[in-house]
Design a protein around this ligand. Structure first.
Ligand SMILES: [Zn+2]
Length: 239
């Protein structure tokens, strides 16, 4: 049974809507991920986890939103960030159209988990449900998929372009990873200062230690994350 909207014709979507009214909208980012990972990292990981995690569930999957909001990594070549207002409007437009077609439960799932990015998604969902009280919008991020068992697989705390993301990429898209260019960095900026980018105090664009990554860890992490997403979606279906 097809469940990825991008693979379906309008007649197949119409048919699917007769039995299903839940949809998940995946969000990635267009963002630097160090000298060793492609800028598509968040989107690649997001879509792979959502595809696998929703297989066999009552959810349909909307096409991924590749662009997101990136603050600290702005000004690294390759990072293309949306403004807060743009992302909010984009999410509201997508929600409006999906609801108009008959969807009643909508999960916004973001692999990119920057705090301002997630706030924009949350605010859009909040605004939308204020005016559409019969619609349920849920916000889930990659942070919600990282349980204790997952942290046990890792030697370092997951941050950005780190052991976790690099392991997942080594497992899912090894041809895109250049491990000889993977460096450890734990950048720290000036405290309390509000700045338009973290480029000034970040050297490599890495936060963490990707040198500890491996494909075997990536496989374990992928299985744990997809399993956790499935549990969350089952919980949501029953709400
Ligand atoms: Zn990332």
């Amino acid at each position: 049974m097809k469940y990825m909207l991008e693979d379906m014709t309008w007649t197949e979507v119409e048919e699917a809507l007769k039995n299903k009214n839940s949809v998940i909208v995946p969000f990635g980012s267009v963002e630097e991920h160090g000298p060793h990972l492609p800028t598509s990292t968040d989107s690649d990981l997001c879509y792979a986890i959502v595809k696998k995690g929703t297989e066999g569930t009552d959810f349909l999957v909307a096409p991924i939103v590749n662009y997101g909001l990136c603050r600290s990594t702005r000004e690294f070549p390759g990072t293309v960030s949306l403004r807060f207002e743009t992302l909010m409007q984009l999410v509201k437009d997508i929600l409006f159209e999906l609801v108009n077609q008959g969807f009643k439960k909508i999960v916004l799932f973001s692999f990119h988990a920057g705090s301002t990015h997630l706030t924009a998604l949350k605010e859009a969902a909040f605004d939308f449900t204020l005016k559409n009280k019969n619609i349920k919008v849920f916000l889930v991020s990659s942070i919600d998929l990282a349980g204790e068992e997952l942290l046990k697989v890792l030697e370092t705390i997951p941050q950005h372009a780190c052991e976790l993301e690099t392991s997942l990429m080594l497992f899912l898209r090894p041809e895109t990873v250049e491990m000889e260019k993977a460096f450890e960095e734990y950048p720290s900026g000036p405290r309390f200062l509000v700045t338009p980018s973290g480029r000034e105090w970040m050297k490599t664009g890495v936060m963490g230690d990707p040198r500890k990554a491996s494909s075997e860890k990536g496989k374990k992490i992928f299985n744990l994350m997809t399993q956790r997403l499935r549990e969350i979606l089952t919980d949501i279906i029953n709400q």
